[in-house]
Design a protein around this ligand. Structure first.
Ligand SMILES: *Cc1c(COP(=O)(O)O)cnc(C)c1O
Length: 496
């Protein structure tokens, strides 16, 4: 199976090449030329497999340059060894017969990005070797909080790699910042950026598309790659957990084989929900894809009107990993539903970068609204949802998951569709402890991150994740920030 660029479908590469490159040279994203089908035979196999085996089975359908044995080896390293606790890595938590929270945050950084970023280093280093390349891979990451730490943790001290992470200086939570600036490893570097997430992401994209700079690095034996969800190796491991969740729903007797279910995802860059869409394309019986945003609701408006318009106020919210106005992965979806019209995608993306907006055709709008429902939660809605779910269902959610949970209720009220729904639960409540405590009305003045962890434990009875508690005494290694115009110099300095 070959991969195309969304901006040039004549450009075809292998899966290893797509992952090694991250982004296509003209700025497009790599997508599979055809989608594998989940046959009865594959389902029969998946039903009785562990998560690690399921992951290898699903990945092997997409990554033809790798053997199932190789993939099972990587999956074992990524999801085994108690990296995700003692049970299966992605448990379902039912709050009632119709609502299952798919907990994706039992990994090393307490957020769902571990699901992909524990896997990516293995896929990437193997891809570089498989394409006959012996250069050092330098991973550049722009993060709205969770990706940065997950990439640092995944790549730390992995041979043949270096990682540079940029985060918006004032746009991440205290604990997210601590997680990043205390990262261990000789091959990592972290810097704040004086700007928001979109500035950081645009800066990274600019470095990637700078051909002169790439050539300079090439001469030093360095190749740039991305760990953002633009990289196929980041996206494809996410397809797995939707398929695995379906198998679990069937095994738990919540649905019968073949019966459909809805999926609700708190969305920022459109990566996680796109993975669910791809699973549906493979034949997974997903009904509606419910796209939940915070008050940076550019996707809500897009899905409801067909107009994407990033010219709007940017809000810092209590769900910072969704504070995004340019959802990069939407491009992959638009490419798909436009009938792989690369010229049209170029046109839309040009409009987006020049005017900050575009409008899709009526035919496409119709398809979008058939696939998706979209809604958003205000800050107030988010707090109330955490409080209500905790008091009514004894289930504590983080702020991102709460956005999804709120939008699901709104969807059910509006449409009457009571179908069973899998809600992607994307972070541990401990990771966003300040807002969660506020929601529980436990906000007696408490400025200390670690006192708040203890307080949250007293209120909720949940264990504090060890990986967060240990930050208390960890050495802070990276204290600098740069202007958004200085990102390239920052990379150069670290690499030399
Ligand atoms: C990144 C992130 C999201 C948004 O996921 P996308 O793939 O960017 O849509 C939601 N919740 C948390 C906790 C995240 O870290």
């Amino acid at each position: 199976m070959q991969y195309n660029s969304t901006r040039n479908k004549k450009y075809k590469v292998t899966s290893a090449m797509a992952m090694k490159q991250g982004l296509s040279l003209e700025g497009g994203l790599f997508v599979p030329e055809v989608f594998p089908e989940l046959t009865k035979e594959i389902y029969d196999k998946l039903m009785n497999q562990t998560y690690i085996q399921r992951a290898a089975t699903v990945l092997s359908l997409f990554l033809e340059d790798f053997t199932v044995e190789e993939l099972e080896g990587y999956c074992g390293k990524a999801y085994g060894n108690c990296k995700f606790g003692v049970g299966e890595p992605t448990p379902l938590h039912y709050t009632n017969d119709k609502t299952a929270y798919l907990e994706l945050w039992h990994g090393p950084t307490c957020a769902f990005k571990d699901m992909a970023l524990q896997m990516l280093p293995h896929l990437l280093t193997a891809s570089v070797k498989k394409t006959g390349d012996d250069r050092t891979v330098c991973i550049l990451v722009a993060t709205s909080g969770d990706t940065g730490k997950a990439a640092l943790d995944g790549f730390s001290d992995v041979d043949g790699t270096k990682v540079v992470v940029f985060y918006p200086k004032d746009g991440v939570s205290e604990i997210q910042k601590l997680q990043m600036i205390t990262q261990k490893g000789d091959n990592v570097f972290v810097s704040g950026v004086d700007g928001n997430f979109d500035d950081a992401q645009t800066g990274v994209k600019t470095i990637f598309t700078d051909e002169v700079y790439r050539e300079e690095l090439n001469e030093k034996g360095i190749i740039l790659s991305s760990a953002n969800s633009m990289n196929w190796g980041r996206l494809v491991p996410q397809v797995v957990y939707y398929i695995s969740a379906y198998c679990d729903l069937v095994k738990d007797g919540k649905i019968t084989f073949g019966e459909s279910f809805n999926v609700c995802v708190p969305t920022g860059n459109f990566g996680n929900i796109l993975a669910a869409y791809y699973a549906k394309k493979m034949g997974l019986p997903i009904g509606k894809l419910i796209c939940a945003s915070n008050c940076n609701n550019v996707l809500t408006d897009f899905i409801n009107s067909g107009v994407y318009n990033r010219n709007r106020a940017f809000h810092l919210t209590m769900s910072p990993s969704m504070d995004i106005l340019i959802s990069s992965n939407l491009e992959r979806y638009l490419y798909d539903i436009s009938g792989k019209n690369d010229e049209y995608i170029n046109d839309l993306m040009k409009k987006l970068s020049e005017n900050g907006s575009y409008e899709v055709t009526d035919a496409m709008k119709e398809i979008i609204q058939k696939d998706f429902y979209a809604g958003f939660a205000s800050e107030e809605d988010t707090l109330l949802e955490i409080k209500k779910t905790f008091s009514e269902n004894a289930y504590l959610m983080d702020t991102h998951t709460a956005v999804a949970s709120y939008v699901l209720k709104k969807y059910r009220e509006e449409t009457g569709d009571q179908k069973i729904c899998v809600v992607a639960s994307t972070a541990s409540p401990y990771k966003f402890n300040e807002s969660v405590l506020k929601a529980l009305e436990q906000d007696k003045p408490c400025d200390d991150e670690f006192e708040r962890l203890v307080l949250l434990k007293e209120v909720s009875g949940l264990e504090i994740p060890k990986q967060l508690w240990e930050l208390k005494t960890a050495e802070q290694r990276f204290l600098s920030a740069c202007e958004k115009t200085e990102m390239k110099q920052t990379v150069t300095k670290f690499l030399s």
